[in-house]
Structures are given as C-alpha cells and as structure tokens.
Design a protein around this ligand. Structure first.
Ligand code: NAD
Length: 443
C-alpha cells in the first residue's frame, strides 16, 4: 500500500504541519498585515487559531475516521456484514482565494491529507506574502509527490485546471466557480465549490437594536467587509430604521474611532482593482456615514448607504467590501420581493425577538447557513456544515465533514457462506409471490 493511504504516515505529516504552523505563526500574521493590513487580532482569531484547532481535531480523530465503519446489514442479504470504507479520491487540486488566504488554503489541505490524497494547493496571487509562507511551510513539511504548493495567478490556475484531477476544491467567486465546474466536467471530476452571494440581514422591530447594531458592525466590517459570509445589505422594518441607523453609526465609531483610516484595527481593500470596483458603487448614492476613500492606500471607510435602488450597482452583485446598504421594509411581501430577486445566498441573518417570524424566515428561504441574532459566528462551530447552496456553492466542510468530502465512501457487503437462500436465483418459476411477500415485509 502506498504512503497516500497509510494512516500513520498521514498523521505524522499532519503532526509535522502542526509544528510548522506553530513555528511560522508570527510570520503568517506579519504576511497578512503586509498583504492588506489585516490586524493581528483578526489574523489570530480568524486564520491561525482556526487552523491550529482544525489540525489538532483532525490529528486526534484521524484513526477513528479512517477505520471502516460497520453498518446494519439489509435483512434481504442475510447473513452478511456491511461496511463503509473511506478511500482517498487520489490527486486533489485546491484553489484558494485571497480574503482569508491562509485559512482557506490550509483548512481543505488538512482534510485532503487526512483522507489520504495527493494534493496540489494554489494560493491566491493577490496575497503574495501569505502565499510565499504557505509555499514555504508546504515544501518543508511534505514530500513533493505528496503535497505541493503551486504559486501563481490566472494562467497557472488555468494550466492546473486543464489537467485531469480526481477531485477539485475551489473557494472563490461565482464567475470563476463556473469556469472550475466546466473544466472539471471535462473529466467528470467531482468538485466542491465554496462561493459567495448577496447575504441579507433582516432586522425587525422586536430586535434588541443596540446589540444588533454591534453584532452587524462587527460581522460586516471585519476584514473590511471582505468576508464571504458578511451581511451584504440590511432589510430593516421601517418604524425602527432611523433608531437602528443611529446605533450603527455609534458602533462604527466605537469600533474604529472618528477616523477609521488611522485605526490599527481596520484593514485595506486588497488591491486597486477592487478599490475602484467598490468606490464606483458609491457614486450617486446617499451616504449616511463614511464614504471617505483613498486610492494610494486602497482605503474605504466603513460606509452606510440609505435606500439604494434595487437597480443600482451596489444592489446588483455581491459587495465584498465595507459598504452597507440599508433598505426599509413594511411588510413581509416587501422582504420577499427583495430577497427573492437574488440567487440563493451563502448566508442570511435575522435579528428578532419574535420566534415565529425568525422560524418562518429560516424555513421560507434557502441559504447556505446563518444566525438568529448574530452574524458570521456559525462559521466557528466545526459541527456545523459550512457551504453554500445553488449559486453560493456546492458541498460543505469543516471538522469531520471536511474529512468526509475528501473521501470516497466505498460500500462493501461481506456475505457469509454458511447459508445460501435459493429465492433470488433463476429459474424464477413459482417464486414471484414469495419474493413479493419478502420485499413487502422487509421494505
Ligand atoms: P476569485 O474567484 O477571483 O479567485 C479565486 C481563485 O481562483 C484564485 O486563486 C485565483 O487565482 C483563481 N482564479 C481567478 N480567476 C481565474 C480564472 N479565470 N480561471 C481559473 N482560476 C482563476 O475570488 P477572490 O477574488 O480570490 O475571492 C473573492 C470571492 O470568493 C468572493 O466572491 C467571495 O464571496 C468568495 N469566497 C467564498 C468563500 C466561501 O467559503 N464560500 C470564502 C472566501 C471567499
């Protein structure tokens, strides 16, 4: 059996990775700052500590997860013992984005290795400092024919996609997700697509407005709004809208001060292209707070917009930046008209003390995952599947689910020889009633 499927080898590799990520933690934090001024607090809270926890959890459970699992046999096959074997897919390609460049490259890598695959990781070219450290860690920890990091941009990504893979794990935009899915279809390669969307955040009049504002501001402006599960736009019941806006303004100032440009806790937009895309969204809109931008520094202040038209640029695509449109609603029909205008989002949030309203929203709309009375935090529970639905993605991971998606589950029935019931064998003459009765009893 080759090293790819040897569990002890995988565990040893993951232990080496654990050692390396601990040694390089400070370098990673610095690289993330150099790439787009990600504050050390956010780097630790959302990237390095997440990877440490995922690694430790995987190392602890790898022997248990990889064992063939015995399941109850079908009585129709009596006597038998039935198993699920976990088998690696083989050659796996992981393509990562830039917004959580370390975590979103390493989290799938850990699971792919645990499941026994050979892996190629392509980090984002837009975070070159982080990409370099990822490449360094991988080259120091793994044998080249086991895990390799290929750095580069579009061309490298396209070259990789033109090859045949046994599994592709992609995190990024919907547009590139479609390119990946097309390339994978050529060889019928299974894919997981972790994409984005326009995430609604609903606040009704029963909500605790001060706390809601605090949690919305945190989830929206974390990473300067460049988070796939950040609230994209607010839908606020008309009668509490102005009060909520006051609280939002207060919470933004509490978090980042009067001038967020000098706050050590506020990152920058990743590059000039995205800065331009975002600043264009501000044109001709009513700015309630923020709106200040600086091209040299790729800075955009935390910005609140009042009632942009549904036809506007800001309400057209995923924002993926620190701009928060606020739309009032009166009735549930108003809500429905807006939410159903868009593809199924990656997340949805509701702030409400009205349990039946919250339950109705959760049941009526399809979305990847979300929270009642908070934002973003569903991401942190490794027992919850993380992924989209429809245009926001295919497949979900985190914790054991990550191991599962990188494994083929092979069904095996071990039949005993001490009994061989004759019913299923031809000639069938005179057996039809018996088989009908048997199938009815045991179905
Ligand atoms: P992106 O799709 O532009 O790039 C992602 C990766 O694909 C990069 O490594 C890039 O080099 C590569 N790539 C870019 N264009 C390509 C092409 N034409 N062919 C092949 N490969 C190509 O995404 P991004 O800008 O890095 O990230 C932002 C997007 O990712 C947002 O839409 C966000 O919602 C989404 N995202 C989703 C999740 C999630 O977990 N669901 C997490 C983070 C980001």
């Amino acid at each position: 059996m080759s090293f790819k499927t040897d569990v002890n080898y995988r565990k040893q590799s993951l232990l080496k990775l654990l050692n390396a990520v601990q040694i390089y933690e400070e370098d990673i934090i610095k690289a993330l700052y150099d790439d787009f001024k990600k504050p050390a607090f956010e780097a630790v809270a959302t990237e390095t500590s997440y990877i440490l926890a995922e690694l430790k959890f995987t190392i602890k459970n790898i022997h248990n997860w990889t064992k063939p699992k015995v399941v109850l046999p079908s009585i129709l096959n009596f006597p038998s013992t039935d198993f699920i074997y976990k088998e690696p897919f083989g050659k796996v390609l992981i393509i990562a984005p830039w917004n959580y460049p370390y975590q979103l490259a390493l989290c799938p890598l850990i699971a792919a290795v645990a499941a026994g695959n050979q892996v190629v990781v392509k980090p984002s070219e837009l975070t070159p400092n982080t990409s370099r450290i990822i490449a360094k860690i991988i080259s120091e920890v793994f044998e080249k024919n086991h895990v390799e990091c290929v750095e580069g941009g579009l061309e490298i990504s396209q070259q990789l996609l033109s090859q045949r893979w046994d599994f592709i794990f992609f995190t990024g935009s919907v547009a590139v997700g479609k390119i990946v899915a097309k390339a994978a279809a050529e060889h019928l390669t299974p894919v997981v697509l972790e994409l984005g969307g326009k995430n609604p955040c609903i606040i009704d009049s029963s909500a605790n407005l001060k706390l809601a504002a605090k949690r919305i501001v945190w989830g929206k402006f974390l990473n300067a709004g460049q988070t796939c599960i950040a609230p994209d736009y607010l839908l606020v019941q008309e009668n509490i809208k102005s009060k909520l806006i006051d609280f939002l303004k207060l919470e933004i100032t509490n978090a980042y001060g009067e001038n967020p440009e000098v706050s050590p806790d506020y990152p920058r937009i990743i590059n000039e292209k995205n800065w331009k895309r975002l600043t264009t969204m501000l044109e001709n809109e009513t700015v309630l707070l923020g709106g200040k931008t600086s091209r040299e520094d790729c800075y955009i202040a935390p910005t609140l917009l009042d009632e942009p038209s549904l036809e506007s640029l800001v309400m057209h695509d995923e924002i993926f930046g620190p701009i928060l449109p606020i739309l009032g609603y009166k009735t549930e029909e108003d809500l429905h008209k807006i939410i159903s205008k868009y593809e199924k989002p990656l997340s949805l949030y509701i702030f409400s003390e009205n349990k039946s309203f919250a339950k109705k929203i959760i049941q009526n709309y399809s979305f990847g995952g979300g929270c009642i009375n908070d934002t973003v935090i569903h991401f942190t529970n490794k027992r919850l599947p993380f992924g989209g639905v429809g245009h926001s993605g295919i497949g979900a991971y985190h914790g054991k689910l990550s191991f599962d998606i990188f494994s083929h589950r092979k069904a095996v029935v071990k039949k005993a020889n001490w009994l061989d019931l004759p019913t299923r064998y031809a000639p069938y003459d005179g057996k039809l009633q018996t088989i009908k009765r048997l199938l009815k009893w045991f179905s």
